[in-house]
Design a protein around this ligand. Structure first.
Ligand code: MG
Length: 273
């Protein structure tokens, strides 16, 4: 890792940028102009405005840093390669559909990786003023107070958020069967998606690095575990994600996913013969 990079300075700079950008999202005074990126994948003028604020600010302050940002990548239609250079991951507006409906669960998500190691992360929901932040090795904070993962290790006691958008968009047997198995094994979140009080979050396919970079560092710094859905090492560039309060829960969820996928495969094979 580059030793001469002042992570605290990077954090202070991006914290200020995030709070400023959050004010724009919170007011939402201008008309929301909505574009359809892909089927069921929307972008608004606010996503674009917030992304521009970050790109302009970061490029000026840290001209040698790279930025992997959602709307820029969407426009280029190509994911940049991850290198050892300091790289910012930005989701200017995570939860665009919620924002479109003025449903107050959306956030700005920004993280910095150096030599492929996450060193800082911020997630800010301006609607309810929840500001999550972490610097590697220094813990995770919600509005300045340290927070930690739960100590639940019994899957039946654990609250999970799962892959509803994938079921809507992909509609394969595999995804539906997985979802049912996970819902049966846990206490399923029926509310507005991801939140710090969840014990487990499991989602495949749709996530991109800007969706997961900051959240991954927050979970690790809070004492949690992030693994690939198949139980292997996690790669934010291919984000098949199980994030959990601890390794026990993560491994059990992975086992359910691997077992149900295998059963679906065998069932589909039988149906073909
Ligand atoms: Mg977004």
């Amino acid at each position: 890792m580059s030793c001469d990079l002042d992570i605290a300075k990077c954090f202070d700079f991006v914290k200020e940028l995030t709070l400023q950008a959050g004010k724009i999202l919170k007011c939402g005074k201008d008309e929301k102009i909505i574009y359809n990126k892909n089927k069921g994948d929307f972008v608004t003028n606010y996503d674009q405005q917030i992304e521009k604020i970050f790109i302009d600010g970061l490029s000026k302050e840290f001209p040698d840093h790279k930025i992997i940002a959602e709307e820029t990548v969407a426009a280029m239609q190509k994911m940049p390669e991850l290198t050892d250079a300091p790289t910012w991951f930005l989701d200017p507006l995570d939860g665009t559909i919620n924002f479109m409906h003025s449903f107050p669960y959306f956030s700005i998500s920004i993280a910095l990786m150096v030599s492929k190691v996450l060193v800082l992360g911020i997630i800010y929901n301006p609607s309810n003023s929840e500001f999550y932040s972490a610097i590697k090795g220094k813990g995770v904070f919600l509005n300045g107070k340290p927070i930690h993962v739960s100590n639940i290790t019994d899957l039946k006691q654990a609250m999970i958020a799962i892959n509803v958008p994938v079921i809507k968009q992909v509609k394969t047997d595999k995804d539906v069967t997985r979802a049912i198995a996970l819902i049966e094994a846990t206490q399923t979140c029926t509310g507005p998606g991801v939140h710090s009080t969840l014990d487990i979050f499991a989602i495949d396919k749709l996530l991109k690095p800007w969706d997961v970079a900051s959240g991954m560092l927050l979970i690790l710094e809070a004492g949690g575990t992030v693994i690939d859905s198949n139980g292997g090492a996690y790669d934010i560039m291919k984000a098949n994600t199980i994030a959990a309060a601890n390794e026990t829960l993560a491994r059990e969820v992975s086992k359910i996913i691997v077992d149900t996928d295998l059963k679906t495969k065998e069932k589909n094979k039988k149906n073909l013969t």
